[in-house]
Design a protein around this ligand. Structure first.
Ligand code: NI
Length: 252
């Protein structure tokens, strides 16, 4: 039983063969999934998916790309969506300094507003943080009651250790299966197993041997198998541990 902790199955790219994907998930033993919002429309679609399938749960929020849209009114729209019991997290939220569009201060403001919402609602968060390690750590430090997962983790082992110490979780995508993924591999080998989540981040980040192709949740076992191999445990043990961790973090 595999749990994909970060999917965007509401993406239009999945519409043509949606039912085939669900069938492949079942065949491959993927029995749970968090669908993650990036903006208001995708957050609404996440909630709709979670209402339709009892093995899908939702996160709502604005990705750093959408930070300019986050104002008090948007926060109230997310707060209203969170009244649905299928919503288990705020996300994905955070910082992405790769393109700096929108600018850093706009991203930080949206990130803080959504961390505050998570704190008020006692919900975990799903963090997208790329090339913004210092500011990311600084902002989460200002919300000591909030924890969650750093998805598609790109930081160092030192940073992962610090996050684990503070009660956070680390999410691994297909990147951990890539040949040049030295940092992610080191983190996946060394942090406690019960802090590891597996995810596809589909339609992006397809694991080997599908790198570069459209990803979908039926491929999450490839991530679990890589983590199992790194840690010298069975794929079943890695699947069970990461599914249990997802249930614990998202209170499913
Ligand atoms: Ni994502």
């Amino acid at each position: 039983m595999y749990f994909d902790s970060h999917a965007h199955l509401d993406d239009a790219r999945f519409q043509p063969d949606f039912d085939d994907i669900l069938a492949r998930m079942r065949e491959n033993g993927v029995t749970g999934m968090m669908n993650i919002g990036c903006d208001l429309p995708s957050s609404e679609r996440s909630v709709a998916l979670a209402e339709r399938y009892d093995w899908i749960w939702a996160a709502v929020g604005s990705h750093p790309d959408d930070a300019a849209q986050v104002d008090e009114a948007r926060i109230e729209e997310y707060r209203a969506l969170c009244e649905d019991p299928r919503v288990k997290a705020i996300g994905e939220i955070g910082l992405d300094y790769h393109y700096e569009d929108p600018p850093r201060d706009v991203q930080q403001r949206a990130f803080r507003m959504q961390m505050k919402l998570a704190q008020e609602l006692s919900l975990p968060v799903v963090i997208h943080e790329r090339e913004a390690h210092e500011d990311g750590m600084r902002i989460i430090s200002d919300f000591p009651d909030v924890t969650g997962v750093f998805h598609c983790f790109s930081g160092s082992y030192e940073m992962a250790k610090e996050l684990v110490k503070r009660g956070w979780y680390i999410g691994f995508t297909g990147v951990v299966t890539f040949k040049n993924a030295r940092k992610a591999v080191e983190v996946a080998e060394k942090i406690p197993l019960d802090r590891i989540l597996i995810e596809t981040d589909c339609p992006y980040m397809a694991p080997e041997p599908f790198r570069g192709c459209r990803n979908d949740p039926s491929l999450v076992p490839f991530v679990a198998k890589k983590i199992a191999a790194l840690r010298g445990i069975s794929a079943e043990a890695a699947a069970a541990a990461t599914a249990e961790t997802a249930s614990r973090l998202f209170r499913i």
